[in-house]
Design a protein. Sequence first.
Length: 169
Amino acid sequence: MGRMLFNLYTIDAVMVFAAFCGAVSAMGEARRQPIRRSLLLLPGAFALLATILMVAFPTVSDLLNSGFWTVLLVSVLVGVVRGAFIGMASDHYWKLVRLDHGIDALLAALVVLLITVVQFAIEASTGAENRAETTFEFAIALVAGYLIGRSVAAWFRARALHHHDLKEV
């Protein structure tokens, strides 16, 4: 039983840390300042990692749930649409990008962080798995799917835009 609790707390801590990293990495987009183009991928990647950790523990076979993948796929598609049409300027020489309205990534990443913190708090206070974990998994898959779709689409779009100077030499 002690090893199970240790694993539960360890996985939950890594999940919360990944969600926290996603929120921190999304802050640059929200400030409307030039950021490295590669940083566009981080909020979605960290949110997806947090989601996989929540769904996969303690039973990895939960990742085979078709409902989870359906929710994730639909939300990825919504995120792709957002990322494909978000206003941005891209500097190809310095590999920088500035989003016009990037607050949605920060808000979505904060929702992922909130879900993971609440999940961890419930499991830490009860010493067992959260009985409402399926609801949490649905919510986090919805938001993380949006973030990963948005992140990847914005990254590809930033590479395809015409060059715009974002950094003075």
